[in-house]
Design a protein around this ligand. Structure first.
Ligand SMILES: Cc1cc2nc3c(=O)[nH]c(=O)nc-3n(C[C@H](O)[C@H](O)[C@H](O)COP(=O)(O)O)c2cc1C
Length: 245
């Protein structure tokens, strides 16, 4: 399938169908014990990683937890909240530390033979310059000084130039994948609840998370139980958040 045909497939998702899917998603806090089908989980993860992401470096990872013993250990880590009694929890992790392997991966997995020279140069030279902040951030510090001077004359990308910037960088793309994941489950007839109500220290221990991984949310997934949604939907008037120029 060529690129033009793929792009035109966007017509398949009508605005009405997309609106219906997005509107039907709610944060569900009570689930039945019905397990989530393995093939559905795989399909949803495949859709999650189709999310747009910075420089295609895909700075995310996912831990899929269905083992009852591990779920039982996670429940108190999630402040014993109802949503954490779901039959499936997916830990959505941002990975500011995987850019180096990802740069090599883009070259290695290039879909049409050898990558064009420009692409190869970007992933071998430009991306490492952008993302390598050095031990204790010394490279980032130097880059910030350099940017201050060069930036007086021309427009430049100012971030990421610190380890803190790298965390924001990875979280942005991973949050987009998390939204894809929620909508994908919704399309399969499952409900979700994103949770940041957890003890990060205990979570790291229970899931043996790599030190650099940032758990951005735990996603509870399952079929809705009784009184699954606590409150009616509430959003502020759109104009409160939007300015038009
Ligand atoms: C990053 C994030 C963290 C959240 N953490 C929790 C949580 O720990 N527990 C919970 O019950 N809901 C949690 N929620 C769900 C929100 O409360 C919910 O999305 C919001 O109230 C809007 O409701 P709606 O999703 O049904 O439209 C979280 C949502 C997000 C995006």
């Amino acid at each position: 399938m060529n690129a033009a045909t793929e792009l035109s497939r966007a017509d398949a998702a009508t605005p009405q169908a997309l609106r219906a899917l997005i509107e039907s998603r709610r944060a569900v806090r009570r689930f039945t014990a019905e397990p989530v089908l393995k093939e559905v989980i795989r399909d949803c993860l495949e859709l999650a990683v189709l999310a747009p992401n910075s420089c295609n470096l895909q700075p995310w990872s996912f831990q899929v937890i269905q083992d009852p013993a591990l779920l039982a250990r996670l429940h108190p880590v999630c402040m014993s909240q109802n949503a954490a009694k779901a039959p499936l929890i997916i830990a959505v992790l941002a990975r500011p530390d995987t850019w180096r392997t990802a740069c090599a991966g883009v070259i290695q997995h290039w879909p049409e033979g050898e990558p064009p020279a420009l692409i190869e140069r970007f992933y071998r030279k430009t991306a490492p310059f952008q993302y390598n902040q050095g031990l204790l951030g010394w490279r980032g510090f130097l880059k910030r000084q350099l940017l201050r001077i060069v930036g007086l004359k021309k427009a430049l990308m100012r971030t990421p130039n610190s380890h803190a910037d790298m965390r924001v960088w990875a979280v942005k793309s991973t949050a987009l994948a998390a939204e894809n994941l929620m909508l994908a489950f919704q399309s399969h007839g499952y409900c979700t609840c994103p949770m940041e109500g957890f003890d990060q220290v205990r979570l790291r221990r229970v899931l043996s998370l790599p030190k650099q991984a940032i758990p951005i949310m735990l996603l509870a997934v399952g079929k809705p139980g009784d009184k699954a949604v606590y409150n009616p939907r509430l959003r502020f008037p759109l104009d409160q958040h939007v300015s038009w120029h």
